[in-house]
Design a protein around this ligand. Sequence first.
Ligand SMILES: Cc1cc2nc3c(=O)[nH]c(=O)nc-3n(C[C@H](O)[C@H](O)[C@H](O)COP(=O)(O)OP(=O)(O)OC[C@H]3O[C@@H](n4cnc5c(N)ncnc54)[C@H](O)[C@@H]3O)c2cc1C
Length: 511
Amino acid sequence: MDTGVLLVGAGPTGLLLACELALAGVRTLVVDKRATPHRESRALNLHPRSMELMDMRGLAERFLAAGRTVPGWQFAVSLKRRLDFTALDTRHPYALLLAQSRTEELLAERALELGADIRRGYEAVGLRQDADGVEVDVSGPGGPVTVRAAYAVGCDGGRSLVRQAAGIGFPGTRESMTAVVGDFAVADHACNDRARRHGVLVSRLEAGLTRYVVMDPGRLRVPSTEPVTLEEFRTSLMRVCGTDCGIGMPRWMSRFGNTTRLAERYRRGRVLLAGDAAHIHFPVGAQGLNTGLQDAMNLGWKLAATVAGRAPPGLLDTYDDERRPVGHAVTTATRAQTLLVELPLTEQYGPAAGLLCELLDTLLDMEDVNRYLAGRISALDTAYPPATPDADALTGRRMPDIALETAAGPARVYELLHDGRPVLLNLGPGAAGDPADGTDRSARPRPGARIRVVDAHRHELHTGLEDASAVLVRPDGHIAWASRTTDPRALRAERAGVLAMWTGARARNSG
Ligand SMILES: Cc1cc2nc3c(=O)[nH]c(=O)nc-3n(C[C@H](O)[C@H](O)[C@H](O)COP(=O)(O)OP(=O)(O)OC[C@H]3O[C@@H](n4cnc5c(N)ncnc54)[C@H](O)[C@@H]3O)c2cc1C
């Protein structure tokens, strides 16, 4: 079997990456060892940046219709104050409560609409690569098959076969603490507030289920490999909050730990890693799934351009350059956040840690502190280092979704990104491009054009963008290049250089 890109793993990361590759016209095959999609949900929410990504592909409405919004999320469950996302500068200032299984369903639906091939019941068991491609041994319902692809991406979770077969190390810290999670049908919710006051994480799910996450001081050292029983769950709830909350038969129960690891590299030759295959940590702050989606969005357009042979030199390497530091920041911060959860539960540090939590609650009341931590957890403040030292300060930063007036009528920047192409926005007077530059200047996407150019007659003012005369927005919503030049000739020269780099010679002739 041959394909353009093989994705191992149809979790949220693999499915969004499949959408991105298929949108760019890459032949994409996804294999997952499970015969059917997961029904249980580990993650429960999408943070603001993930919702912005969905917005950039015209999917925000689908997700909003399936979930429920709340104004913020915990930094650590031991704190009384939640982070307030409403203070953030975004059109999506909330956390969307949506079961991971539903997120996967919506992404799989979109990937299939776009033409990706998703095969369930197919397990990757081995992998080799040479100069031209990757061969993956897959064990499927009809027996073993070998898939040959130009590139393979391991989206196969924390125990990633792809990572191991590619010889990529996964250093980090071992599990030292565990917690239990369970989804139950509960008839009477009167005890939930009491449970919350005692540090139990309680979330109402759809279909009449309620999620409880319990950290029982007496059971923190039980290894995550030990199965959870209903009896244990009830006893832990009783011990922690004096009630078993009336839980009945579980839909799902699991024990999870704080093992924290980061892949030593995200790429080896033609093999790449994304999502939990590249980073794992305790799910404090609810960042795992969200970080995986952001990896997928960063990688998708770069890999598509590379497969099509039109990527600027080194583009694919920027995936590791940009996303591994984010993985490092998340795995480091979650270790600190996990301590905030663990220390109050220990005999030795309990009382002092309680004081620390009180102090942090006071700090979280401060607007600046909230904005800083909410900016990190929501991933809205993720900025990538500029490729060159003389690049404009906007380069690498997240492009805000400003409103524009264009010849074709009003538009938002994220709407212009729906088809996954870079957008060159001319924002200043005299910035209009040269019609002979081979780019798509039409209101509707023109098939085959690599880049869209939009002249904004007017635009919403935004801090940092006030004096920008042109910006090139990458398909993942980060700024690739910006200019503040007002001299039309100088600007045209700058633009021509940028377009040549981003579209490639072929695109300039055919755009
Ligand atoms: C209790 C708990 C609560 C959580 N809550 C949150 C939260 O609120 N927010 C958040 O952002 N994150 C949360 N997380 C983390 C989140 O669930 C993960 O980060 C997320 O599932 C990672 O997605 P992924 O697609 O990278 O990997 P996975 O979801 O692990 O998907 C990997 C897929 O690969 C398949 N696979 C594995 N090996 C192979 C193979 N050899 N061949 C073929 N297929 C294979 C698997 O079947 C699976 O479908 C939570 C985690 C836990 C444990």
